[in-house]
Design a protein around this ligand. Structure first.
Ligand code: RIB
Ligand code: CA
Length: 325
């Protein structure tokens, strides 16, 4: 069992990532911390509770984090995830389950208690605030896996930037610099690999065939997201970034990558861009392991087998997906 905190902005793909994490017995999920990103932190907390309720796991505590980036004005991704952050499904709110401490204080408290890893699926505002408040606590951080950034892939909210790092570039830059100064490594699950993870209508239907209840839920929360992908990128399906960060944390054979010094731009036209120094022009030691390739079929089999709670049926019927990968 590995102790983890999931920092997220649910968000449709965050929700799928939380579902995968909850179905992974290797993980002891200490808590879910939420930050403003895809939708506001308040909406995100509501959505985290809705996912936990659907999964029967309201025992996992949810902590409210930062409402705005360190310096930039907050810009949501509601056009992608819907105004409710769950594809405009507007599921009923889950009352209660409020926590008294903030996300950053929960992260600091847990790090001061035990070794743990962080799976970061959102703008890094909570992490930056926690480091600013108690950087020594991070000596207990075993690993961080961050969905964000891009190496050779183009941006998804500017020509060159990925949303999580573009939304709060100062937080991302601060965290990457902190890891550089501490001679530690951030595992960057960027668009180079997540763009290869496309949940298509066929795959959504396969999920439904294996588990009606889960498949119906996945279809409901991804319909809006699929419309967005067709309208803006002419993709049939939707890129589900965040679940790959969870899956790679569990199984390193899914991806290859490179060690490199990475810095995040905090101003100008390229704001939020990750500058990955793959050829060591800057003569700086690495602060990141940047994923560069992924076995998308192996990911999808793991993802579907776990969220449907039926790996045998998934495996047994995989031939129905011939030609999809
Ligand atoms: O750029 C994709 C990332 O931004 C994902 O984590 C998505 O949920 C949004 O947070
Ligand atoms: Ca996210």
């Amino acid at each position: 069992m590995r102790n983890v905190i999931i920092d997220c902005d649910p968000g449709i793909d965050d929700s799928l990532a939380i579902m995968l994490a909850l179905k992974s017995p290797e993980l002891n999920i200490l808590g879910i911390t939420v930050v403003s990103g895809n939708v506001s932190v308040n909406e995100g907390v509501e959505n985290a509770k809705k996912i936990l309720d659907f999964m029967g796991r309201l025992d996992v505590p949810v902590f409210r984090g930062e409402a705005v980036p360190l310096k930039r004005d907050y810009v949501s991704a509601a056009e992608t995830h819907g105004t409710d952050g769950l594809g405009e499904t507007f599921f009923p709110s889950i009352n209660g389950y409020e926590q008294k401490i903030s996300a950053q204080d929960f992260i600091i408290q847990k790090l001061n208690e035990q070794k743990l890893s962080i799976i970061a699926l959102a703008p890094m505002t909570n992490l930056a605030r926690a480091i600013q408040k108690d950087d020594k606590a991070f000596e207990n951080l075993e690993e961080i896996v961050t969905m964000g950034g891009n190496f050779k892939s183009f941006g998804n909210c500017s020509p060159v930037a990925e949303y999580n790092y573009w939304c709060d570039p100062d937080a991302a830059a601060f965290v990457y610099d902190f890891f550089y100064r501490k001679k530690k490594i951030l595992n960057m699950v960027g668009l180079d690999v997540t763009r290869k993870i496309v949940l298509t209508p066929t795959l959504a239907d396969f999920i439904y065939r294996i588990n009606n209840r889960v498949g119906d839920f996945v279809k409901k929360i991804t319909a809006f997201y699929m419309d967005f992908h067709w309208e803006y990128e002419k993709i049939i399906g939707c890129v589900i970034n965040d679940p790959l960060a969870v899956a790679w944390f569990l199984d390193r054979s899914l991806c290859d990558g490179i060690m490199a010094f990475t810095q995040v731009e905090t101003s100008g036209l390229a704001i939020g861009q990750t500058i990955v120094d793959a050829n060591n022009f800057l003569r700086k030691y690495p602060n990141s392991y940047v994923l560069t390739s992924v076995d998308s079929e192996k990911f999808m089999k793991t993802f579907i087998g776990r969220i449907t709670d039926d790996r045998n049926e998934t495996e047994k019927n995989w031939s129905a997906l011939k030609g999809v990968f």
